[in-house]
Design a protein around this ligand. Structure first.
Ligand code: HEM
Length: 255
């Protein structure tokens, strides 16, 4: 049986898993070869879902920056979010569709990451006896833990600013008041937590955007340099844009 073996970024990829080897002489009925998704497909899934999440992050950041225009502008924006698509769609339907798409994207992103990480581990025939401290898997480890921190942050963040459950004001009609109460100087620990999470988002994006651009074709040394610069610039814009809101509230520039 012919087995196609491709090598992508140190991950061994076989397009078809051969459960029965050609030399096998067993008379038992031959097991059907188990199909499995190619690692190229999984990497494209990671890149595609990641791109969708990055687009959301930029749109969300642009919306958050409306707070610098004024409290009413920010509240108006939040109410408009619930009216996108009306009258074609009923009130809040667009928001729910977006939530469903984002949830599927996050789950697909995590599933592809877990499967790819497992394959990369299994592709290594013998475990390293002494794991060098600095090695290629540094980025992979950072991505894993960064991803977990971001997931925990998003759960907290939704309880904080969407449902208002853990927010001192928690009034869905006044998101501006919720944000101002959230990052008040006395609640410095909330600002600190948001800062750590947003920096984690920045690191995750830097490596994620770089990997995605490489998967999508930027593989020459020049392309890699370009991908690295684009990834750094986009991540910095996001980190600064997001952090500007809690810090502006904490120093009293937004009341
Ligand atoms: C300091 C920075 C941030 C601020 C001030 C902020 C503000 C807000 C506010 C006010 C809402 C409620 C919107 C509404 O229901 O009208 C919201 C929802 C949300 N935010 Fe953020 N956000 C920040 C950072 C982030 C980050 C970094 C992420 C992702 C990693 C994120 C993901 C979300 C999600 C998923 C929702 C729920 C959207 C929905 O209701 O469908 N936010 N945010």
């Amino acid at each position: 049986m012919k087995v196609t073996v491709l090598s992508v970024d140190r991950v061994a990829v076989d397009t078809v898993d051969t459960a029965v080897r050609p030399t096998q002489t067993s008379t038992a009925p031959k097991a059907k070869p188990k199909k499995r998704r190619s690692s190229v497909g999984l990497k494209l899934l990671m890149a595609g879902t990641g791109l969708l999440l990055v687009l959301f992050l930029f749109a969300h950041m642009a919306g958050n920056l409306k707070i610098f225009v004024g409290g009413d502008a920010f509240d108006h924006y939040a109410h408009w979010l619930r009216d996108i698509g009306t009258p074609l769609l009923p009130h809040t339907w667009y928001l729910w569709i977006q939530r469903a798409v984002l949830t599927v994207a996050v789950l697909g992103h995590i599933a592809a990451a877990v499967i790819l990480a497992r394959r990369a581990r299994l592709a290594r025939p013998v475990r390293y006896a002494h794991r060098p401290k600095v090695q290629g898997s540094y980025a992979a480890r950072t991505m894993r833990w960064g991803g977990v921190i971001i997931l925990l942050f998003v759960i907290f963040h939704i309880l904080d600013l969407t449902t208002g459950t853990v927010n001192p004001v928690g009034d869905a009609r006044h998101p501006h008041a919720n944000v101002v109460a959230d990052f008040a100087p006395s609640r410095w620990y909330v600002t600190l937590f948001y800062t750590l999470a947003i920096v984690a988002v920045g690191f995750h994006l830097r490596h994620g955007i770089f990997s995605a651009l490489r998967t999508l074709g930027q593989q020459s040394p020049r392309g890699e340099r370009r991908a690295r610069t684009i990834a750094l610039a986009l991540s910095l814009v996001l980190v600064v844009g997001y952090l500007s809101v809690p810090f502006a509230v904490t120093i009293g520039a937004i009341k």
